[in-house]
Design a protein around this ligand. Structure first.
Ligand SMILES: NC(=O)c1ccc[n+]([C@@H]2O[C@H](COP(=O)([O-])OP(=O)(O)OC[C@H]3O[C@@H](n4cnc5c(N)ncnc54)[C@H](O)[C@@H]3O)[C@@H](O)[C@H]2O)c1
Length: 344
């Protein structure tokens, strides 16, 4: 029998409580949560108790714990790169880092160097890129060598609390993602746009890159309120539109579509935070249509991928895809600067 992998959480907020702990509970033959660390000792203690793990407020005690094989980094975004580097240097076997891997390419490069030196398997939690129905539909698209003329990514979400509360009884209060409503000036609009691209659009950038691998020109870019973005850009013959907006009093709508002259791919993802299986993905071309949906979601797939790599049954993963995702996101942001106008 394969030994279970011990997981140590760094950051025990809503994503740990409502997403990763239920997912790992569904994979208890492969993983056991051994340690929960949070800066807030009450949160660490309560979350650790809920899953029978040890609590700590000390990051180094996670790194030095031999019962932790895999570090799950679920802290605020600006801490990710340093924490992944530290986990690699501590010789951990695996890291699951919530998105984004880093907030700058320099930081991503530091992570890459640490990962190469230690051989640690590092994966990034862009869960929809692991979604099995999405992957099946992309394979069908690739088989026909379709070239997209238009790609559309839409993420409209209500308040996360609605789904977090369905998934778990939250022990801590979620951190508000919306920045304070300061007067609209070019720098403040740009900061809002950049923040929403790195925090929200980054989820779908791995999906977009299958169809549009570069950003040649940004045609329009706008930060939305309370939090979001609307941008259109071009990659060769492909026009890409990315829209994201939250939170609001509407039903969640998380969609991805690609159009070629004779083919169409359409993917509808279930809300995050609930174990509702995979997306529903459809691919139609010249009068024939296929549809996929699986019981396993992208979060379960990302953890099972990590276990597969550590067990030696799945090829080792490199960091090239998440680093290219970050480069792509930062390129949108850089080119957006030229076309952004403040809200009047
Ligand atoms: N994959 C997804 O579906 C998804 C969805 C939402 C957010 N996320 C990502 O997950 C991560 C966590 O999101 P969240 O909503 O739980 O965030 P949050 O900010 O609400 O909670 C983060 C937790 O980290 C703790 N923390 C702060 N500084 C720390 C430190 N130095 N070391 C350890 N813990 C520290 C905080 O006390 C808090 O409990 C973020 O990176 C976010 O981008 C992923």
């Amino acid at each position: 029998m394969v030994k279970r992998l011990g997981v140590g959480f760094v950051g025990a907020g809503p994503v740990t409580q409502a997403i990763h702990l239920p997912v790992l509970a569904s994979m208890a033959k492969r993983f056991s949560v051994t340690c929960v660390m949070d800066m807030d000792g009450d949160v660490a203690t309560a979350v650790a108790k809920s899953c029978g793990a040890r609590a700590t407020t000390d990051f180094s005690s996670v790194l030095n714990d031999p019962a932790v094989d895999v570090v799950a980094i679920c802290s605020p975004n600006h801490l990710h790169a340093d924490q992944v580097v530290a986990a690699c240097r501590a010789g951990k076997r695996g890291v699951l880092c919530e998105k984004p891997l880093a907030t700058s390419l320099d930081d991503a490069q530091r992570v890459l160097e640490a990962q190469r030196a230690s051989g640690t398997t590092v994966i990034v939690g862009t869960m929809h890129s692991y979604d099995p129905a999405f992957r099946a539909s992309v394979a069908a698209w690739n088989d026909l060598r379709c070239v997209a003329t238009f790609v559309r990514s839409v993420i409209y979400l209500p308040d996360n609390d609605r789904f977090v509360n369905l998934a778990t009884e939250l022990i801590s209060s979620p951190t508000s993602i919306s920045p304070p409503d300061v007067p609209s000036t070019p720098p403040t609009e740009f900061a809002r746009f950049q923040g929403s691209i790195l925090a929200l659009a980054i989820h779908n950038i791995p999906l977009v890159r299958h169809f549009a691998p570069t950003v040649d020109d940004v045609l329009s870019a706008r930060a939305l309120r309370p939090f979001g973005y609307a941008t259109t850009f071009r990659c060769g013959v492909t026009t890409v539109q990315m829209l994201g907006l939250l939170p609001g009093a509407w039903d969640p709508n998380w969609r991805f579509e690609a159009f070629a002259p004779t083919s169409r791919l359409r993917v509808r993802f279930p809300p995050s935070y609930v174990m509702a299986g995979s997306s529903t993905a459809e691919f139609s071309s010249r009068g024939s249509a296929s549809r996929w949906r699986f019981a396993i979601n992208g979060y379960q797939e990302e953890w099972s991928h990590l276990a597969g790599v550590l067990d030696g049954v799945v090829p080792a993963t490199t960091l090239s895809a998440p680093i290219e995702d970050l480069r792509f996101a930062l390129r949108i942001v850089e080119l957006a600067k030229k076309v952004m106008v403040p809200i009047q």
